[in-house]
Design a protein around this ligand. Sequence first.
Ligand code: PGA
Length: 253
Amino acid sequence: MRRVLVAGNWKMNTGREQALELASGLVEQCGEPGTVDVMIAPPFVWLEAVAAVVGGTAVQLAAQNAWCEAPGAFTGEVALEMVAEAGCDTVILGHSERRQLFGDTDELVGRKVAAARLAGLGVILCVGETREQRESDETDAVLTRQLLAGLEAIDGEMAAGLVVAYEPVWAIGTGLVATTDQAESAHAHLRKELALRYNSDVADATRILYGGSVKPDNAADLMGRPNVDGALVGGASLSVESFVAIIKAATGV
Ligand code: PGA
């Protein structure tokens, strides 16, 4: 059985005080190990302070991105070793905002995924189609391309523990959520591709999260589908109340 994972992507939000408040509110309500894995991804600059709050609790910590080279002359970037030392055990890679706004190509995402696994970090690899791609029936092809490029250098052993997030670009931050059928179909497609790339054990063990306007009122339906193993939550992870409501919705599925 795959454990459900609810991860909060804070993006470029929160000041220091709000970050610490969010983290401690979450620890209060979800700090004990439960049936659902809970993770938050604050901005880099708050990672260490948030790590001090969530350390030793069931709330896991992730970075939203990192650079794929060893520490050195890369002005403005953050190395995987650094996010690990700051207390993260996971890094989100290939988020559509990175792909669309910051030039993270399929190839670069693949290099980052490989470097992260070599650095001993867990990875949430994000994939997803734009509205135009969905309308022209390219969804499955885009998902396959992004998934395989992201996993280019990852063998079956390194794929253990990998998490994939299906995030249709048109549903991110828009209030437009994929129907549960659209989500289930994309997740089933990704799992089939994982089985082809590796084997059915890896495909069955890999958690595939849905992301894109997940809210307390749609979370249970989405996560109730057989191939939806949790959620990657943006906007609704910025309040303890709504994030905890989503976690509670996940507990019931
Ligand atoms: P959203 O963002 O929940 O605000 O749509 C999801 C994401 O981008 O991870």
